[in-house]
Write a protein that binds this ligand. Structure first.
Ligand SMILES: [Cu+2]
Length: 507
């Protein structure tokens, strides 16, 4: 279990240091990869005095949605902002304090910390942080647009999530105004009630019979699948896009009734940091008549790809550079796949008028797809080497009963994916179901090396869309020893079993 000292642990050791209430956070040294880290050094320094580790506080807060008050979670940083921004040379050194009123744990999505600091309970290194207690985290960061969210129960649905931006010197040299757009889906219903609406009686589906696999059409017909190919959509006539009927879609906690309006600076050059923090919704990001350049996917630089409409699955991030001409306002809109609902923000040059934006697009959006993924190319690909092992992962499941599996097993019945330290691992993710899945591997970045039957040297990222009945192949190096979760980032699919564990020890 946890190697971290909880708040209670700190207090119970207070007598030993005789300074209850003003304790230097102490760390379990054996737990940290780098004993020379500032936290480890601070803990060694008995003259350090009052607590100097900054806090991230999980708490409840009230926002307004559709004119009504809504109680949600939040993560407040040292300056009370919910957006955490660190410079690339800063370690992630925080005391995560839980004042939410219930147990929680927070995962650092996009970071590759030592396995016992991943912010999950399922792998057994950490326990839940009880209300009023805390954990201290200390690890080297990975630059880019990332986020942090609860990995406990269904709290992510109630907005226990926030942006985490790690800025590099190159980012600052871009001389672009940075604008973070954090997307979410919102319901006034309790998350447990939403899950019950899917499972029927609230009984988790892993207690049910194994799900069926859908028989896949011939591979040849899959290669031509695209939204611009209507025949391909007919092929997937029974594809399901969305599990939950939400009440609203949020961008930075706001709807288009009262969107965030950002006044542009620096000649209108903007770097959007888009984060899909929604629990069950994939979006199309639209820039209207403007075009932008994708420069990073999941925080990892890609060769620029120009466009005006970009798919963004749950958990994924995109960095987009664009110009906002003087005298204009540019809405940055996110449309729910398969539906008309919109959310977003407005970039407006100084003095430009901002018109009211309809919350419904004129037409329903198509399913999100791999049209952007197939154009992405990593600036820093994986080093060329021969793979050591190749694994096939079947993604399957169905709506009734609501059951989702990896290799025909739910989380509780899982067979761990065991590899060896130092191996180059290839994974072929085959979606044998009629819903898309946004697959997220903890603790690693992988490179997309194949879409359907087409090899490629694609983006390096941590979350990839595997469309209904599609196949995506990824490669990664087993260079971060431990037990790591691998799951669908649709919260409902994860809750209904679609999660497994990657395991390896030091060679
Ligand atoms: Cu899924």
């Amino acid at each position: 279990m946890s190697g971290f000292l909880s708040r209670r642990g700190l207090l119970s050791s207070a007598a030993a240091v005789g300074a209850a209430g003003f304790l230097t956070p102490r760390l379990g040294f054996g737990q940290f990869a780098d004993p020379h880290s500032p936290a480890a050094q601070a803990a060694l320094d008995t003259s350090a005095g009052p607590c100097t580790v900054p806090q991230l506080v999980v708490e409840r807060r009230t926002i307004e949605v559709n004119g009504k008050a809504a109680s949600v979670f939040g993560i407040a940083g040292p300056n009370k902002s919910s957006e955490l921004i660190l410079e690339a040379d800063q370690r992630f050194l925080f005391e995560l304090v839980n004042r939410s009123g219930e147990p929680t744990i927070v995962h650092w999505h996009g970071q590759t910390p030592p396995t016992d600091q991943d912010g999950v309970v399922e792998t057994g290194y950490e326990g839940p942080i009880e209300n009023g207690e805390s954990h201290v985290y200390d690890f080297a960061t990975r630059p880019g647009t990332h986020w942090m969210h609860s990995h406990f129960g269904l709290q992510e649905q109630a907005l226990l999530a926030a942006p985490m931006i790690i800025r590099t010197a190159e980012d600052l040299a871009l001389d672009a105004q940075e604008v973070t757009v954090f997307l979410h889906d919102f319901s006034f219903k309790e998350p447990s009630e939403l899950l019950r609406s899917l499972t029927g009686d609230g009984v988790m589906s892993h207690e049910r019979a194994a799900p069926e696999k859908v028989s896949r059409p011939a591979q040849a017909s899959l290669t031509n699948r695209s939204p611009s190919n209507p025949a391909s959509l007919a092929l997937c006539g029974d594809v399901v896009l969305n599990d939950i009927d939400y009440d609203a879609y949020l961008a930075n906690d706001r709807t288009l009734d009262d969107p965030l309006v950002v006044r542009t600076e620096r000649g209108g050059r903007v770097r959007l940091r888009l984060i899909n923090g929604a629990s069950g919704t994939s979006f199309w990001i639209g820039l209207g008549a403007r075009r932008g350049e994708v420069i990073a996917a999941d925080g990892n630089p890609v060769k620029p790809v120009s466009g005006s409409r970009f798919p963004l699955a749950q958990g994924q991030r995109l960095d987009i550079l664009l110009e906002v001409p003087a005298g204009t306002a540019v809405p940055v809109l996110a449309q729910r796949e398969g539906e008309r609902e919109l959310t977003g923000i407005v970039l407006a040059s100084p003095g430009a008028g901002v018109a009211k934006i309809d919350k419904l697009a004129k037409e329903k959006a198509l399913p999100i797809d791999l049209s952007l993924e197939e154009k992405l190319e990593a600036v820093t690909p994986l080093a060329a080497r021969k793979p050591n092992t190749r694994r096939e992962i079947s993604l399957a499941g169905r709506m009734k009963p609501f059951t989702w599996t990896m290799n025909e097993r739910t989380w509780v019945d899982r067979k761990d994916i065991r590899v060896q330290h130092g191996q180059r691992v290839i994974m072929e993710l085959r979606n044998d179901s009629l819903m898309a899945h946004a697959m997220h591997l903890h603790g690693h970045c992988f490179q997309v090396i194949g879409l359907e039957d087409k090899p490629m040297a694609g983006a390096v990222r941590d979350t990839v869309l595997v469309p209904a009945l599609g196949t995506v192949t990824i490669a990664f190096d087993a260079d971060n020893v431990g037990r790591w979760l691998f799951h669908c980032h649709n919260l409902w699919h994860m809750a209904a079993g679609m999660m497994t564990q990657l395991v390896y020890k030091y060679a």
